[in-house]
Design a protein around this ligand. Structure first.
Ligand code: ADP
Ligand code: TRP
Length: 327
């Protein structure tokens, strides 16, 4: 029996932050633990080019992200790791899928509109972003796609693409299912109404932040009125966000953390949170410093992964070409 396939990608557009880790990568690691699943994790480098960037920095960003993935515990023995642009077949699959996706649907994508509003050029690359993402998923006939909540609309489009293609050309793709961490959305530390994002650097905790920076950012996080440490996302969204981060990083239920801090002030609670983050992230940073030194080994891991991924994507492309009437 074929194992169910999990596919997910990370876009190398800057340093990883806590939202990326808790919203996406932590799930990869859970999937990877399950021997009944075949995992494919990749660097979405073509997607990264859909927004303004500096070409002289991109290569280093890609290397950093590869090292991040490995240092966070993604294991090449348990998952196939590759770079999107190494698998030429994916762009071909994307072209074929373009014919079963409507232009209107692309123009209505929230992320497209947001990016353009934020000043990104309304390029065809940015508009077609979701088709390429559908190809990333369908080229491997994935059943599950672990991503952050904000990717839901893109996953829905990939589901539509699978259904439309199957309807028009015969059963080809399983309809992939998005896996969203309990709706987890880490909020910006300086504005809990916004998600933590690299576009809001002040409220963003990076995995590479030094202990001093982490402590400083946590200490200056906005808090809500009142003094009690209780989880109340409605009335105390800033504190609820900090408790969520604490719980995710310490792997302890929020209830226990509330109990520990029953009599704590916000300041004491924040310092305890900073301690947890510093502890975990220092270990990660140490591992990464070792891993990134050996670039040859990084290349080897990713080129072995690419060979495996390419063979699968080539099989799907061949099937699609036959079904769509090509030679
Ligand atoms: P950013 O918003 O900082 O540009 P990306 O768009 O590169 O981050 O997101 C990479 C992954 O991390 C996606 O799967 C996304 O859903 C997830 N993610 C990003 N920010 C958050 C957040 N604040 N909370 C939860 N998940 C997030
Ligand atoms: N769009 C995703 C993000 O911004 C990255 C991505 C590209 C992806 N292709 C994918 C995620 C395929 C899952 C599956 O995070």
């Amino acid at each position: 029996m074929k194992k169910p396939i999990v596919v997910s990608g990370l876009k190398p557009t800057g340093k990883l932050h806590l939202g990326n880790y808790l919203g996406a990568i932590k799930q990869y690691i859970d999937f990877q633990k399950d021997p009944k699943i075949d995992n494919f994790f990749f660097i979405a480098d073509y997607h990264a080019l859909t927004q303004k960037y500096n070409a002289s920095e991109k290569y280093d960003e890609i290397i950093e992200m590869i090292a991040d993935m490995l240092s966070l515990g993604i294991d090449p023995e348990k998952a196939t790791l590759y770079i999107q642009s190494d698998i030429l077949e994916i762009a071909n699959v994307s072209w074929l899928l373009g014919n079963v996706i409507s232009a209107g649907q692309l123009q209505n994508m929230i992320e497209f509109r947001e990016k353009v509003e934020q000043g990104q050029p309304a390029s065809c690359g940015l508009l077609n972003y979701p088709i390429l993402m559908a190809a990333d998923i369908l080229a491997f006939k994935a059943s599950f796609v672990p991503v952050g909540e904000d990717q839901r609309q893109h996953v829905e489009l990939a589901r539509d693409a699978a259904r439309n293609f199957n309807k028009r050309f015969g059963e080809t793709f399983p309809v992939p299912q998005g896996i969203y961490v309990k709706g987890l959305r880490i909020k910006s530390l300086d504005d809990p109404s916004k998600k933590m994002s690299k576009s809001l650097p002040k409220g963003c905790l990076y995995l590479s932040d030094t202990p001093e920076t982490l402590r400083k950012k946590v200490r200056s996080a906005v808090t809500d009125s009142g003094t009690e440490i209780v989880y109340d996302p409605e009335n105390k969204p800033a504190l609820a966000n900090l408790l969520t981060i604490y719980s995710e990083f310490s792997n302890r239920p929020i209830k226990d953390i509330e109990k520990d801090h029953k009599n704590s002030s916000y300041a004491v609670f924040k310092d305890a949170l900073a301690d947890v983050l510093i502890d975990e992230l220092s270990d990660f940073q140490e591992r990464k410093a070792g891993i990134i030194k050996d670039k040859e080994n990084l290349r080897k891991i990713f080129s072995e992964g690419s060979d495996k991924a390419r063979a699968i994507a080539a099989g799907t492309l061949k099937e699609m070409k036959q079904k769509t009437g090509l030679f």
